[in-house]
Design a protein around this ligand. Structure first.
Ligand SMILES: [Zn+2]
Length: 283
């Protein structure tokens, strides 16, 4: 099945999911209509789902991911991912998130962060990370998708097409059978579901930009961000696997774009109370 089939399947699933929704829960609607801008990049965005609902779904979906996958027993990997995660979490200022960091025993080169701070790392990406700062590059990118509510924005765009009136109620429909799956698909937790909706170029670029600032503020050397993407590009010779790994922009181009952001990110790194450099190597 190629990616356009997957996309079509995801689209159909999404429509099936939102189709039967009934009553309008209009009250909360205007309070979340387009009233938000993204952190750091300050882009206005359309969000039809309250963040509290996104977080609730994030928690449920994360539970499911943990149950359906084999969790890593590699003590070093778990320790590094946890340490980097806690530092990025602190730098994000999101004390309302219940942060959690899990390493999955799987060769997939992927990682994700669900709303509410639920992070998963697949073992397969760690050799390319090489060190703590490399983990910070990937994780800050993923966390940025969640902080900027890119999944919620994608769901909102779909919902707008379908008619916003049906939406809030369907989110509340706990019995909707495909809800978790569709939710996971908009956060690109697709590997185990065969369902991936690639983020748009705009979201990828934005997550890169937010991510390099976040890692620098957390005390990791931002020079590692373009270097990671160069290593990543070299590791699969133009063949792109899943998620951030998804379609665009090309790895080389994102490395170049990140280099342009370096001067500002380096100033933030130097101003950070902690300077960890690239941190410990991964073995
Ligand atoms: Zn991404």
């Amino acid at each position: 099945m190629d990616s356009s089939d997957l996309r079509e399947m995801a689209r159909r699933d999404f429509l099936k999911w939102i189709g039967p929704a009934g009553i309008v829960a209009g009250a909360g609607l205007c309070s979340c209509w387009g009233c938000r801008t993204t952190p750091i990049t300050h882009r206005r965005q359309l969000l039809l789902i309250p963040e509290s609902q996104e977080k609730e779904m994030g928690v449920a979906a994360y539970q499911e991911v943990k149950q359906k996958n084999v969790l890593s027993t590699n003590a070093q990997h778990k320790e590094v991912v946890e340490r980097v995660g806690q530092r990025l979490a602190a730098a994000s200022g999101r004390t309302d998130y219940q942060w959690e960091f899990t390493v999955i025993d799987d060769k997939t080169q992927n990682a994700f962060c669900l709303p509410g701070g639920k992070v998963a790392f697949y073992e397969g990406i760690l050799p390319i990370c090489q060190n703590e700062a490399g983990v910070a590059v990937v994780m800050s990118h993923e966390i940025s998708h969640a902080l900027a509510r890119h999944g919620g924005e994608r769901m909102s765009q779909q919902m707008e097409v379908q008619g916003a009136g049906k939406i809030l109620q369907l989110i509340a429909r706990k019995e909707a059978p495909d809800k978790e799956q569709v939710f996971l698909s908009v956060y690109n937790v697709g590997a185990e579901y065969g369902l991936v909706l690639p983020y748009s170029r705009k979201h990828e670029t934005e997550a890169d930009e937010m991510g390099i600032h976040l890692m620098a503020q957390a005390g990791y050397d931002p020079n590692e961000a373009p270097k990671f993407w160069e290593r990543f590009a070299a590791s699969h010779h133009g063949k792109t696997p899943t998620e951030f790994l998804s379609t665009h922009p090309s790895d080389d181009r994102r490395a170049a774009a990140l280099r342009q952001l370096l001067p500002q990110a380096l100033r933030e790194y130097e101003a950070s109370p902690n300077n960890y450099g690239v941190g410990a190597p991964l073995v």
